[in-house]
Design a protein around this ligand. Structure first.
Ligand SMILES: C[S@@+](CC[C@H](N)C(=O)[O-])C[C@H]1O[C@@H](n2cnc3c(N)ncnc32)[C@H](O)[C@@H]1O
Length: 415
């Protein structure tokens, strides 16, 4: 009994239990958390059963939220030496990183988040250096192989900001821009940044705005998963703040719309951003609307993309001399009239990664279908040219851009 009392006193002193009259209430939640690679515990603020905090405290620390688990699936899980978990919150990403990173630094602006992350990592026997500070300040001058973050990306008016787990003090998507732009100086050569977040859509094309964020010598693959209009966006985040039905709801709503109008924000993009410090003189910058279903976890697909770009950019002779093979998880779908000699539509679809699909023409379908690693691309194109009775050199010139794209999109792999 005495032991139990001393544990209770310790928990009260640490602020993990709160006394209310003659009752005790847990101020945090500790839940088991793991996957195939690790098993641990997460210590965070309690999440109500409907999953939404009602009027969260300003220093609220998120548990394993849908954004946290989505980010975890975007991260390539190759073994690396060093990783930065920027805005660690309860420490959930650090747990995942512990399975494949030698050294982890986890930062947060919220001291309470670091206290709870310390409990998370301690209970889970994970070693991570926890550092207090904003963005890259706590790691100034250091470089990492991997940086992962779902920063406080909610773009709220300055008079509303105050929930540190979701909004910063920068204007519009300024904090997202800093996370991406300042990452270049923190990534080792070959290092990768993975971000889940929101960005403003203005009268400038979103692809062009975000391209300005990508540092010199870095490739990027940015997938815009969803677009919300200002009303949907404001309602989403007012509800998240537990303000539905409150007296200030209408005022806050109007202020938020005014804020967006003043900044020229007409819509909000939500998505995933991957950047790799490849050092290429002419980086590959890919910005795509990608609302389609993907095959999670897609972390490996982001890593494969950056590697495949190097293959797709091979000199023409090298590309043609290479023996390629179709990824084993590409399937062919055909649609047409029963009994007809040829289908009306033929689609090659990835049953992995981003789930890309392509409707190739006859010659491209024939070349790709024959890519089993036995013959070089040059030989295959020549053979198809003679079957369809066209000039081999012309067919080569016609197909090469599409073939390069199939390589960078992960349909074709060097055998
Ligand atoms: C959306 S939460 C993500 C938490 C955690 N990474 C996860 O996956 O659940 C954003 C985190 O960033 C922290 N944060 C807010 N502003 C920050 C800043 N300027 N620099 C570093 N971290 C910040 C918040 O305290 C919060 O823990």
């Amino acid at each position: 009994m005495r032991d139990l009392l001393s544990v209770t006193d310790a928990l009260l002193a640490a602020g993990l239990l709160v006394a209310e009259g003659d009752q005790l209430r847990a101020d945090v939640e500790i839940k088991p958390y793991g996957d195939d690679d690790f098993a641990g515990w997460i210590c965070a603020d309690p999440t109500p059963l409907d999953g939404r905090p009602s009027r969260p405290r300003p220093d609220f620390v998120l548990g394993a939220s849908p954004a946290s688990t989505t980010l975890a699936q975007l991260i390539p899980r190759q073994h690396v030496g060093s990783a930065l978990d920027l805005g660690t919150g309860c420490g959930i990403q650090a747990l995942h990183l512990s399975a494949h990173c030698d050294r982890i630094v986890a930062t947060d602006l919220n001291p309470r988040a670091l206290e709870l992350a310390r409990i998370t990592t301690g209970l889970s026997e994970v070693s991570a250096e926890l550092r207090l500070g904003s963005l890259y300040e706590p790691v100034a001058g250091e470089r990492f192989d991997l940086i992962v973050t779902n920063p406080p990306y909610v773009m709220s008016p300055p008079q509303h900001s105050g929930l540190v787990y979701r909004e910063g003090t920068e204007t519009g998507d300024g904090l997202m821009r800093r996370v991406v732009a300042e990452a270049t100086a923190q990534l080792n050569p070959g290092g990768t940044l993975i971000v889940l977040g929101n960005w403003a859509i203005t009268d400038q094309p979103w692809q062009e705005r975000l391209a300005e964020w990508i540092g010199e010598g870095c490739d990027a693959l940015v997938l815009q998963r969803e677009v919300l209009d200002p009303y949907e966006y404001v309602e989403l985040w007012l509800a998240d703040a537990g303000l539905v039905g409150s007296p200030e709801y209408a005022t806050r709503y109007a202020e938020w719309l005014d804020y967006f109008a003043a900044l020229g924000i007409t819509e909000v993009g939500m998505g995933w951003l991957a950047v790799r410090n490849t050092g290429r003189a002419q980086p590959e910058l890919r910005f795509e609307e990608w609302p389609h279903a993907v095959h999670q976890p897609v972390g490996a697909a982001f890593a494969a993309f950056f590697d495949a770009v190097t293959d797709a950019r091979r000199a023409t002779e090298d590309l043609l001399a290479t023996h390629w093979r179709l990824h084993p998880k590409v399937i062919q779908e055909t649609l047409g009239v029963p009994g007809a000699a040829d289908p009306q539509h033929l689609v090659l679809r990835q049953q992995y990664g981003f789930g890309r699909a392509l409707e190739p023409g006859t010659a491209l379908a024939a070349v790709v279908g024959a890519c089993d690693g036995d013959l070089s691309l040059a030989v295959l194109i020549e053979a198809v040219a003679s079957i369809v009775e066209v000039d081999g050199v012309e067919l080569r010139a016609e197909l090469l851009p599409a073939l390069r794209r199939l390589v960078s999109d992960g349909f074709l792999l060097p055998a």
